[in-house]
Design a protein around this ligand. Structure first.
Ligand code: C2E
Ligand code: MG
Ligand code: MG
Ligand code: MG
Length: 283
């Protein structure tokens, strides 16, 4: 994502550039309208606990229903929201909407942990802490049902500030997850100083887990460390039963991916949990 955003800045000659600039500007204009016109909505992707065989959480994922272009992927417009500064307003909307939904599930007697993505730019916004508290209190949702997903790069940009902010939130009962976790640029030692509840293992290590010894070793190393420090793991992007079996054997706690369900509407989540049968295991 960052590479793409940089790529956009790096090309700067000829008509293609003018066209690209125009595109970005028109998308920016469209995005400004989108919030007022209620063109955003959230979809929710289920997360299954492997030991319980139950859906215990969901991740809220942003969608934009563009009047002409149809549903636009967040991969396309989140970088633009970030660069233009609109991410703070849209991020606050996401928090409000996701908290409202989490409260709805609490009241229905089917509480689900709801994961919310925070972007690096939002993290620099000093109002982020307030936005989180405001949305949670407004709806009266229990902080333990809100899981804030941050990325490794975000956490490492200003580690001491990140640690302080996350520790405060965690102290209030919010869950903190590190998203797209690999064995990336940050030193593992540093990462272990972060106040975390969950590591989300990047889809990149899941994709070839059945064939690649190296990927299995990486996932195993992550689960061993997680178990040692008492935090939970979620594997992202599980599409097949075979991947699920391997991942379970490596000691991962939860899975998220098309095998369990694609991102879907709240009504579809409710249908899924009432009729849910764990895939495989003789089913
Ligand atoms: P992410 O947080 O890592 O979310 C997981 C992405 O993987 C989602 O893409 C999801 O649809 C996709 N995915 C899940 N399971 C599978 C699978 O089994 N196979 C495959 N091929 N893909 C799977 P999506 O919804 O397009 O979101 C992309 C990214 O956009 C997210 O990655 C997140 O970084 C960002 N994003 C989404 N919603 C928000 C938001 O509300 N705020 C912020 N700041 N970022 C968001
Ligand atoms: Mg995420
Ligand atoms: Mg992720
Ligand atoms: Mg990802």
């Amino acid at each position: 994502r960052i590479a793409r955003a940089q790529g956009r800045r790096l090309v700067h000659c000829g008509e293609i550039t003018a066209q690209m600039r125009n595109d970005t500007l028109s998308v920016e204009r469209d995005l400004r309208r989108a919030l007022q016109q209620k063109e955003f909505h959230l979809v929710y992707q289920p997360q299954m606990d492997l030991r319980l065989g139950r859906v215990v959480g969901v991740e809220a994922l942003l969608r934009w229903r563009h009047p002409e272009r149809g549903i636009v992927s967040p991969v396309e417009f989140i970088p633009i929201l970030e660069e233009s500064g609109m991410i703070d307003a849209v991020g606050a909307w996401v928090l409000d909407e996701a908290c409202s939904q989490a409260r709805h599930w609490e009241l229905a007697g089917t509480p689900l942990r709801v994961g919310i993505n925070l972007s690096p730019r939002q993290f620099h916004d000093t109002g982020l802490f307030d936005s989180i508290i405001t949305a949670t209190r407004k709806w009266g949702v229990a902080p333990k049902h809100i899981e804030l997903e941050i990325t490794e790069s975000l956490a490492m940009q200003d580690p001491s500030r990140a640690i302080e902010l996350l520790a405060r939130l965690r102290g209030m009962g919010y869950k903190i997850a590190i998203d797209d976790f690999g064995i990336g640029y940050s030193s593992l030692e540093y990462l272990l100083r972060f106040p975390l509840d969950t590591i989300k293992v990047d889809r990149a290590f899941v994709r070839n887990v059945t064939e690649s010894r190296a990927d299995r070793a990486i996932v195993r190393a992550i689960t061993v460390i997680a178990q040692t420090i008492g935090i939970s793991t979620i594997a992202e992007g599980i599409e097949t039963l075979r991947q699920c079996d391997f991942i379970e054997a490596l000691g991962v706690n939860e899975i998220q991916g098309y095998l369990i369900g694609k991102p879907m509407s709240p009504a579809d989540i409710e249908r899924l949990i009432t009729t849910f049968v764990r895939p495989g295991k003789g089913n």
